[in-house]
Ligand binder design. Sequence first.
Ligand SMILES: [Zn+2]
Length: 388
Amino acid sequence: MQAMELSAREILDHLVGFRSVSSDSNLDLIDWVEGYLASHGVKSQRVYNAEGTKAALFANVGPEVAGGVVLSGHSDVVPVDGQDWATDPFTVVEKDGRLYGRGTCDMKGFVALALAAVPLALKAGVKRPLQIAISYDEEVGCVGAPPMIAQMVKDLPKAAAVVVGEPSMMRLVNGHKGGAGYKVHVKGFEVHSSLLPYGVSAIMEAARLVGWINDQNTAIQARTPTAIAAMFYPPHTTVHCGKFAGGTAHNITAGDCHFVMEFRVVPDEDENEWADRFVAECKRVEGLMQAIQPNTRVTLDRFFDVPGLRPEEGGAADALVRRLTGDNAAEVVSYGTEAGQFQAEGYSCVVCGPGDIAQAHQPNEYLDVAQLESCWGFMQRLVQDLAD
Ligand SMILES: [Zn+2]
């Protein structure tokens, strides 16, 4: 097979051309990446979703030894529906030093650069491997990466560091909050409101749960932030209800109420512990409801779960990125990434990637050419580092 000699920019053209919106299959993109890697003699492994409609892909480039570096990105992008784009979102258009297109910034740009680094690593004869990890369904709650990471732990020599290339303007990000979210359905019991004590108003019971959310925030904000929490803005965990609907009329106890809630958790707290507390409160309220009417209930659907990224004291990934960027500062961010999921599996992990997060998910999303070039410099120094 003829090796596909492509620049990062040319690879980006290909990747953006695949309409890998999270709701759709990404298999055409994965086929292409697999073919590209194979043309360089690199074999890759897929990890499919349960339906077989999407796949993550990972590969080891160079010797099968421990101590390498993982470059990780997601293949999916957010939809363009309802957004006003000046150009075709699925074609990269270069204008005034910017590369416009869906995913150029978040985060096909980084994936393209990582793939362009593969032949570079092979030519340099790296002594420690470059590992490529491409997930799916990041944009719908980071649900595609965990099975991929679990398989990497089994099948690849353990890497010393992971760089998740979410847009950070190539600055080192070594911490982010974690999160968990629930869709809640409160099933009440309808009676005429004049008979209130014999019915169960789903809205009024759901309101108790929202009251619990408010109480948590009050208690959290009264505490002194820990050193890690103090790095964040705001410097504590937040609990939020973002959507609430139910009921039929002023004189009927509400039969149904639906609401959506989330935790954004500082990385020295466990999002699962917070989730457990909420589940326990839902159980308690459900008990009160069922004491009045047994066929009422509170149903929970946990729709996301992202562990936080804890800044690592003297971590390998941190040290690597400082060495390669020459940047001594580190930042924390408020958005969740797959970095926390790598860290939860025992990897040293940081976030560092081209582009500005403010561009993510926007119409006319772009990546500055200068950011692409800056990250290409990073890739070249990384390959040199792995070859030394
Ligand atoms: Zn992203």
